[in-house]
Design a protein around this ligand. Structure first.
Ligand code: URA
Length: 231
C-alpha cells in the first residue's frame, strides 16, 4: 500500500505542494473515481491512478492468453497440484488468472496485471460469452437445445441462465454460456445425461484461441485489450 500523494510525486506529477493543488482541483482519479485526499492509501497493483485522464506509474498493462493444457489447476499456488503458473514463461508469473478453467479443461485462459480489468471480466454482472467445444457421451438433440435456451436446472437445483447448445454431430457440441458457475458446462451437459469427456474453451468475448498451440501463450495487443475491456 502507498500513499496517493507520494505515488503522485514519485510518478513525476509534481512537487509535494504542486501535488496538493492538483489533488484539490479534482484532477486525479483512483480506480475511476475522483480522489482529493492525498493521505489515501491504495495498492497500485489493484487500482489505476490517472491525472488529467492519463494513467500513471505502475507496470504496463499486460494481458496474456494461454492455451491451457489439461492437468493444471487455475490458481497462483497450490500445495498439491501443478498450477497454470507453471505453464507460463517466467516473465509472466506475477500476473493473475482471469476466472478459471477446471484441471481437466483445456483452452483459452487469460492472465493480467490489471486488477480493474480482472474484476470487471469476472464480475457476475458482466455477461461475457464464453464458447466451449465439448466431446461427450450421447448425442445432443432438439430437446437439449431447447432446455439450454430456457435455462437449465442442474441436478443440485442450481438454476442456470439461458445458454446456447449447438450439436456438431454424434458426441460433439459447442456450448456458449454467459456465466461461470463451478464446473458449469460439465454439470449442464450431465443434467441432460451427456457426460463430458473432453472440454476446451475456444472463445471469450471476441477473443479466440485460434491456432495457438497447446501450452503456448501470447500477449494481447492494445486493440484486443480495449475490445475486451468493453464488456
Ligand atoms: N465449465 C466447466 O465445466 N469447466 C470449465 O473449466 C469451464 C466451464
Amino acid at each position: 500500500m502507498v500513499r496517493l500523494d507520494k505515488f503522485l510525486c514519485d510518478s513525476g506529477v509534481g512537487t509535494r505542494s504542486q501535488v496538493k493543488g492538483i489533488l484539490k482541483a479534482g484532477r486525479v482519479t483512483v480506480g475511476g473515481a475522483v480522489e482529493k485526499d492525498g493521505s489515501r492509501k491504495f495498492d497500485p497493483e489493484d487500482l489505476e491512478v490517472c491525472c488529467d485522464g492519463e494513467r500513471l506509474g505502475g507496470a504496463k498493462r499486460i494481458v496474456v492468453l494461454l492455451h491451457k493444457p489439461a492437468g493444471y489447476v487455475t490458481a497462483t499456488e497450490d500445495p498439491v497440484e501443478k498450477t497454470v503458473m507453471e505453464v507460463l514463461p517466467p516473465q509472466y508469473r506475477d500476473l493473475k488468472p482471469v476466472g478459471r478453467l477446471d484441471k481437466a479443461t483445456e483452452g483459452l485462459l487469460l492472465f493480467t496485471n490489471d486488477g480493474d480489468l480482472l474484476h470487471r471480466l469476472i464480475s457476475p454482472k458482466k455477461e461475457v460469452p464464453k464458447v466451449y467445444y465439448a466431446r461427450h457421451e450421447g448425442t445432443a438433440g432438439e430437446a437439449d437445445v431447447a432446455a439450454f435456451a430456457q435455462g437449465l436446472t442442474l441436478r443440485d437445483g442450481t438454476v442456470c441462465r439461458s445458454a446456447v447448445l449447438e450439436p456438431m454431430g454424434p458426441g460433439e457440441s459447442r456450448v456458449t454460456v454467459c456465466e461461470g458457475k463451478y464446473h458449469q458446462v460439465r454439470r449442464m451437459m450431465a443434467s441432460r445425461n451427456m457426460t463430458v469427456t473432453y472440454l476446451r474453451r475456444d472463445k471469450e468475448g471476441d477473443l479466440c484461441l485460434g491456432d495457438l498451440p497447446l501450452g503456448a501463450c501470447r500477449e494481447l495487443t492494445e486493440a484486443e485489450i480495449a475490445e475486451l475491456a468493453q464488456f
